[in-house]
Every structure is written in structure tokens, then in C-alpha cells.
Design a protein around this ligand. Structure first.
Ligand code: SF4
Ligand code: SF4
Length: 390
């Protein structure tokens, strides 16, 4: 068996699970964690354990926006049974609070854990980062045991959100949009920030809910997609890499995986030991639909033309005005100040407009729009050339 504490090796456990039936989830969790020596390998007696689900915003469980409540419940009970003195579920959602998400998911009346909002912050400077200081959830930073409970979804900028991207939720509220703005102009810089945050909060265990994932216009407004499995690993990068293999995506195109490789955090594929279900038996049919067109920038032309081509080809947020209700939520997520609601005359309907010159294509707006009114679209030139299709 691989040494799960050595970054040169990783063990990824996969188990099939077709529904969120409570008894089936409980059994699947035991099966999933057995190769990793069970929950007791991660929870010391008397530990203050913290579970970090994906609570993007409050939506019913059938929308597959959040980690399923039955997974959260089952992991919380297993954590308590393994000896934790307290089990806390917390997150810093894109919109609203952790308790609001938990209420929507029916998680507020379970006595085995508490759901708390991230109201305290801890300023830290991750090792090796050029970023000055990050304000992260103190509950997550100071937990004796942090368990990362992510959901398999598409993402406009990072392509997937699974174990590593989920830990960006440790950033406190509005700081998130600011960091997106400061580092999000280049997806690789933003990926570097996410990987540093993942290292800083260092989940002891990563569990992925891929029973029902989200494809298409994720991570907030895509389509729920039955995938039928759970995955776990102490190495979040190896877990994400294995998810790419299952979804038939090139891992080198996922910015957080490219950065993890560069930083020596992702073991080479032959050093990732996979146990349980065969990943090649889990490919979705028909194929998984991404959140955005394939990368089209920098494909052709001499170097002097590249900025022009990039501008014409670049991926941009696109507003579907038939779906937009002009609620203005996306405006709060846009640290570039590129969005506003305008009404041309007293009788005209308010309409969301995006200033293309200010927009940095970070896709925070697409991530949090509750109506699914924003999609990621390739630039005009790419569309005319028939490129940039999904
Ligand atoms: S795009 Fe979405 S979040 Fe933004 S104003 Fe329209 S409905 Fe609201
Ligand atoms: S308009 Fe959307 S994609 Fe553009 S900078 Fe604002 S949040 Fe980011």
C-alpha cells in the first residue's frame, strides 16, 4: 500500500454509490475509508473536528450545488464516533451564510454536529507565496482535524471544482472577490493562490461527493449529473487528478493541477495508487459537459498578433437577459467593478450590463448567479471560426 503521508505517493480510494439513501451512504463511507485505515486514522481522541463542505449558496439538494446533506451527516457521525469532542460544519459561501445553506439542506437539527458561520478570521501568510496575507476562516485554520467534503462540479475558470478548489471557501466573505480580482486576471495566478490556501489549511482527509455531480454551467447553475461514486484521499491533488481521468479530461488543462505539478505536490500518475472501483469503469456516458468552451487563446499567429487574437478569442461572461432577473447579486461578486444594472428610461426594464474593458474574465458572476443567467462564452472571432465550442 502507498504511504499516504509522502507527497511522492498517494492512495485514492473510490467506491460506487448510486443514491443518497442514509444506510447506503453509511455503508459506502466505511468501504471508502477502509483502505485509508478508517476514520480513526484521521481523528484523534478529543479532537475539535471541522468539516468543510461546498456551500456555494443556499439551493435545494436536488440542484447539486452543495455537498449532499446525507454525506455531511454521515461523515459528521463517523467523525464523532471516531472520538472527536466536537464536530463543526462551516463554510464561507459565495452568497449568504453557512447556516442559511444548512437550513435549506435540512441540516440544522442534527445533534451530532453544529453548523456555524465563519465569523472569525485568521491572517496567515502561506509559505513560499508572494501573496502578503490571507484572511482565512479561523475555525478551519485552528481545527485539530479538517475534513474537506467537496462536490464534483464544473467551474468556469478552473474547469473543475473538487477537493482543491473547494478549499478556496476558507477565505472570508468579501475577501474572496478581492483575491479573485488581485490574482484572477491570469487563471494560473489564481490557481497558485488556491493551491497555497489548500496547503495552508491542510485538510487531513478529502472526500468527494460524486454520487450526483454538476455538469454544464457549474458550479452554481449547471445540470445535476448522476456519476455514482465517492472518492477519498489524503492528497487532494491526486484525488482531483483521478477525477479528471474518470471525466476523461486532460489534467494538464486544469490550472490547479498544473500548479500542483509545478510545485511538486502532485505525484506522478504511476505513483497514484487507486483502490476500490476501477476509474475507467466510471466514465460518464454521454461525455461530461464542461462549463466553458475549450481553451482557444494563443492558437495561431505571430507574437505581435497574440494580444489582438487573445482579445477576440478570449472567454467572456455572457448574460442571458431572458433569464436575468436583475437581482444584482453578481455585482457584489465583481471586484473589477465591471457590472451595473441600468434602466434606460422610466418605463424600461432594468438590465444588467458588463463593461468589457473592466472585465477580467474571472467568472465570479457566473459562479454565483442563482438564475444561471451567465455563461462562459468564447470571443466573437473564435465563434466565427467555429472554435471554442464545448
Ligand atoms: S446575472 Fe444573475 S445574479 Fe446577476 S443580476 Fe442577473 S439574475 Fe442576478
Ligand atoms: S463581469 Fe464577471 S467575469 Fe467579469 S470581472 Fe466581473 S465578476 Fe469577473
Amino acid at each position: 500500500m502507498s504511504d499516504t503521508t509522502n507527497p511522492a505517493n498517494a492512495l485514492v480510494s473510490i467506491t460506487r454509490l448510486d443514491s443518497y439513501d442514509p444506510a447506503a451512504v453509511e455503508e459506502a463511507l466505511v468501504r471508502l475509508l477502509a483502505p485509508l485505515r478508517g476514520m480513526k486514522a484521521f481523528v484523534g481522541h478529543g479532537d475539535r473536528a471541522v468539516l468543510k463542505p461546498n456551500f456555494l449558496f443556499a439551493k435545494p439538494r436536488q440542484n447539486a450545488v452543495c455537498t449532499d446533506p446525507e454525506i455531511i451527516r454521515s461523515v459528521a457521525r463517523a467523525t464523532a464516533a471516531a472520538g472527536a469532542s466536537t464536530v463543526t460544519v462551516t463554510d464561507s459561501p459565495g452568497v449568504g451564510t453557512a447556516r442559511r445553506c444548512a437550513r435549506q439542506l435540512g441540516l440544522l437539527d442534527d445533534e451530532s454536529f453544529d453548523v456555524v458561520n465563519v465569523d472569525k478570521e485568521s491572517g496567515i501568510t502561506p509559505k513560499g507565496t508572494e501573496y502578503h496575507q490571507l484572511f482565512l476562516s479561523r475555525q478551519m485554520v485552528e481545527a485539530d482535524t479538517l475534513i474537506n467534503l467537496s462536490k464534483a462540479k464544473t467551474h468556469g475558470q478552473m474547469l473543475i471544482t473538487a477537493a482543491v478548489k473547494n478549499t478556496f471557501g476558507a477565505v472570508i466573505g468579501l475577501e474572496k472577490a478581492q483575491w479573485h480580482y488581485r490574482s484572477g486576471k491570469d487563471p494560473m495566478d489564481f490557481a497558485r493562490l488556491i493551491v497555497h490556501i489548500h496547503c495552508a489549511i491542510a485538510p487531513r482527509l478529502n472526500i468527494l461527493d460524486a454520487v450526483v455531480g454538476m455538469e454544464g454551467n457549474g458550479p452554481g447553475a449547471g445540470d445535476p449529473r448522476q456519476l455514482g461514486f465517492l472518492m477519498a484521499s489524503t492528497n487532494g491533488h491526486a484525488l482531483d487528478h483521478t477525477l479528471c481521468r474518470i471525466l476523461e479530461m486532460d489534467p494538464d488543462t486544469v490550472p490547479t493541477l498544473a500548479v500542483a505539478k509545478e510545485m511538486g505536490l502532485l505525484p506522478s500518475p504511476d505513483r497514484i495508487e487507486i483502490t476500490g472501483a476501477d476509474p475507467d469503469s466510471l466514465h460518464p456516458h454521454p461525455r461530461w459537459k464542461p462549463a466553458r468552451p475549450h481553451l482557444v487563446q494563443n492558437m495561431l499567429g505571430p507574437s505581435w498578433m497574440i494580444p489582438v487574437i487573445d482579445r477576440l478569442m478570449a472567454l467572456r461572461p455572457n448574460v442571458d437577459h431572458s433569464k436575468c432577473i436583475a437581482c444584482g447579486q453578481c455585482i457584489h461578486s465583481c471586484a473589477a467593478g465591471a457590472m451595473e444594472i441600468v434602466a434606460e428610461g422610466p418605463m424600461s426594464q432594468p438590465r444588467l450590463e458588463i463593461d468589457k474593458k473592466k472585465c477580467i474574465s474571472c467568472f465570479c458572476c457566473q459562479e454565483i448567479c442563482p438564475e444561471g443567467a451567465i455563461t462562459v462564452r468564447a470571443g466573437l472571432a473564435a465563434r466565427l471560426l467555429g472554435l471554442g465550442t464545448r
